[in-house]
Design a protein around this ligand. Structure first.
Ligand code: MN
Length: 276
């Protein structure tokens, strides 16, 4: 189950630091507030939210924050490191999760603890900008990677061609048709978006929460170019550390391999959460 209090704590922390836009995967249970005018009549009792689509379980607590410790923590991989072979190799997964992701976790905790120290001890306010930047980068990295591991799953299928085998169903499939035409057109745009990220970053399919549209966007580093409040549905890490051991400079081959291990059930649960 979700730990709503930890979600709220996290959002409060981010809001306090003016970084609410970073809280991309908002796992809070309540929808965003409507914009009202001062003279607007009081709101009626809210309608009950529509039931989740049958067969799609909303994502559980992803275990990225330990409420008792008050710290971000590294969740274990949801499968064995070699489970995505031959698409994503075990050594890459071990280093990516155990070193890179772990460094984002410790970096986010470090930034928050340094900011707390400055507040409590009257430290140098000139360093707030530095630690705020560090918080955006490392906490963005922590959230991105936690989602990323869950956005993949072993398929047991051989390597297929550039159009992936597994496809989404249900409301996400209908939203893809509405926003992109066909699934193949979405995949082509997503692939081009990922391959063309300049330097290190990500490609995402995300729900823009006010228009409820699906967008394909790029993200540089772990946090730049994000659309405020957008809710991730699928993302691929195109930092070289995600693929260089196996694919070297052939990022397109890696993206095609990734598309063979997408966990569309998880993506569909993220979509259902984003639009309810
Ligand atoms: Mn990475």
């Amino acid at each position: 189950m979700l730990k709503s209090s930890s979600s709220l704590d996290r959002r409060e922390v981010l809001a306090t630091l003016g970084l609410a836009a970073l809280a991309m995967p908002s796992f809070a249970k309540s929808p965003p507030p409507s914009i009202t005018t001062p003279n607007a009549p009081p709101r009626r009792d809210p309608q009950p939210p529509p039931a989740a689509p049958a067969g799609r379980t909303p994502p559980a607590d992803l275990g990225l924050f330990d409420e008792a410790l008050g710290q971000f923590v590294l969740p274990p991989l949801p499968y064995a490191a070699d489970a995505l072979e031959p698409h994503i190799d075990a050594r890459t997964m071990e280093i990516h999760h155990g070193r890179h992701h772990a460094a984002y976790v410790s970096g986010a905790n470090k930034a928050l603890s340094e900011l707390a120290r400055i507040r409590a001890a009257g430290g140098d306010p000139g360093l707030v900008k530095h630690w705020a930047n560090q918080l955006s980068f490392h906490l963005g990295g922590h959230i991105n990677h936690t989602l990323f591991w869950n956005m993949m799953a072993p398929t047991g299928r051989p390597v297929t061609g550039p159009v992936p085998g597994p496809t989404p169903g249900g409301p996400l499939a209908r939203a893809i048709a509405a926003s992109f035409g066909t699934f193949e057109q979405l995949v082509a745009q997503f692939r081009s978006t990922a391959v063309s990220v300049e330097g290190s970053g990500w490609a995402w399919i995300a729900v823009e929460p006010w228009s409820k549209q699906l967008l394909v966007i790029q993200q540089e580093k772990q946090q730049d170019l994000w659309v405020t409040g957008a809710q991730p549905v699928l993302g691929v890490d195109v930092w070289e550390h995600a693929y260089y051991l196996r694919y070297q400079n052939k990022r397109a081959d890696y993206v095609n391999a990734f598309l063979n291990v997408v966990n569309w059930d998880f993506c569909e649960s993220l979509y259902a959460r984003a639009v309810r």
